[in-house]
Write a protein that binds this ligand. Structure first.
Ligand code: ATP
Length: 376
């Protein structure tokens, strides 16, 4: 096992900069997920670590060694791809053995490792089948098995679950979690699926435009995004952004003029926002942090009209229009008796408010400790 370190890593393909100076510490035994939209540079980063691409600049360390000049097979890594890439003419056993045979591993070690991995993955009864006789989930298990028998220092996984149907994906996610708990092998995992990222990772790196936007423990990143990109990328439905002008009220408190409606800024954010008086500021609030409040207390309750009611099972997503004309989404309990056209009062949970600079997208409240914020 090993930690992996990327220092100012750059990869240019002619005039395209796919990876733009990434620095990332991947601790030993961690499950680190690189997540971001299509084209943000996740796969290229993984291929650089794997040795399938050569870095244009920067350094890659696996363990204590700089591996930039090491070939893929010298790096003590094993990869699992989206397409399982099993040899169709070989049996499951043959596929799992192949990598070890190539490395001249002694026969007794091969037999033992294949048997152990098959047991771990619960595919013992499939060992004599060919890939064409397996379901997609079983094929992906074999691909994982092939990586496990190598007993590498690092697993590199590129969207390994994306060819599976939704139910199987959820099941395999849980199995990957369990597998990581048992093996503790340092894992770097690429996905564009933020739910997959949140559930699998103990460290998440959100990427955009070849750069890492934020790294951290998933829940921390979700609740404390550094910028509007991260705030909007993680979460479904996405965080609502509502822009307004920051003013000082007659009582000296900060308020955001949303265009016909006022949002009271809780006092604990005053220090973060004081340089923005008279300026435009974006208020961010996640749909699940908006509640329906039929009684209507004065602070931060906004009247709205319900446009769309979308029951999703465990929650109902409402699309509503505020008095300002802005459209926002709220996730409410499935038994909320709300219908299209209803007038409702929305209460924004003050403990979950975020404020951003509309020019740079940077969070203005990132450094405010959540525990310092008042509970409603
Ligand atoms: P996806 O989720 O769609 O796989 P990604 O985040 O993994 O996307 P990359 O595949 O790393 O993104 O690609 C990053 C950028 O580099 C993209 O603009 C892509 O077009 C470009 N790119 C990747 N590989 C090459 C290549 N071999 N030659 C030229 N450009 C490339």
């Amino acid at each position: 096992m090993a930690h992996v370190e990327l220092n100012e890593l750059v990869k240019n393909f002619n005039d395209v900069t796919a990876v733009d100076g990434i620095s990332l510490d991947i601790p030993d035994e961690s499950f680190t997920v690189l997540v971001g939209p299509s084209g943000c540079g996740k796969t290229t980063t993984l291929r650089l670590v794997a040795g399938l691409e050569r870095a244009s600049d920067g350094e890659i360390r696996i363990g204590d060694e700089v591996v930039n000049d090491r070939r893929a097979y010298e790096r003590d890594i094993a990869m699992v791809f989206q397409n399982y890439a099993l040899y169709p003419h070989k049996t499951v056993r043959g596929n799992m053995r192949f990598g070890l045979e190539q490395h001249d591993t002694p026969e007794d070690v091969i037999t033992e490792r294949v048997s152990e991995a098959a047991k771990l993955l619960q595919i013992e009864e499939l060992l004599d089948r060919k890939p064409s006789e397996l379901s997609g989930g079983q094929q992906q298990r074999v691909a994982l098995g092939r990586a496990i028998v190598r007993d590498p220092a690092v697993f590199l996984m590129d969207e390994p679950l994306s060819n599976l149907d939704a139910k199987l994906r959820v099941q395999m996610r849980a199995e990957l979690n369990k597998l990581h708990e048992e093996l503790s092998t340092t894992t770097v995992y690429v996905t564009h699926d933020q739910v997959e990222a949140m559930t699998l990772a103990d460290q998440i790196a959100v990427m955009d435009g070849g750069e890492i936007q934020q790294v951290g423990e998933p829940t921390h990143v979700y609740t404390n995004p550094r910028n509007m990109f991260v705030a909007g990328f993680l979460g479904s439905p996405s965080m609502n952004f509502i822009e307004g002008t920051l003013n000082t009220s007659s009582s000296g408190k900060f308020e955001l003029d949303l265009g016909g409606e006022t949002h009271d800024v809780p006092d604990e954010f005053a220090a973060d926002l004081e340089d923005y008086v008279g300026e435009r500021v974006v208020l961010g609030i996640r749909p699940e942090n908006i509640a329906l409040n039929q009684d209507g207390v004065p602070a931060n309750v906004h009247p709205a009209t319900v446009d769309v009611v979308e029951p999703q099972g465990e929650k109902t997503v409402l699309e509503v229009t505020l008095g300002t004309g802005q459209s926002v989404k709220a996730a409410v309990a499935p038994d909320s008796a709300v219908e299209m056209g209803d007038s409702v009062n929305l209460r924004f949970d003050r403990d979950s408010l975020q404020y951003f600079d509309p020019q740079t997208g940077a969070s203005l409240t990132y450094d405010s400790k959540p525990e310092q914020k008042a509970i409603v």
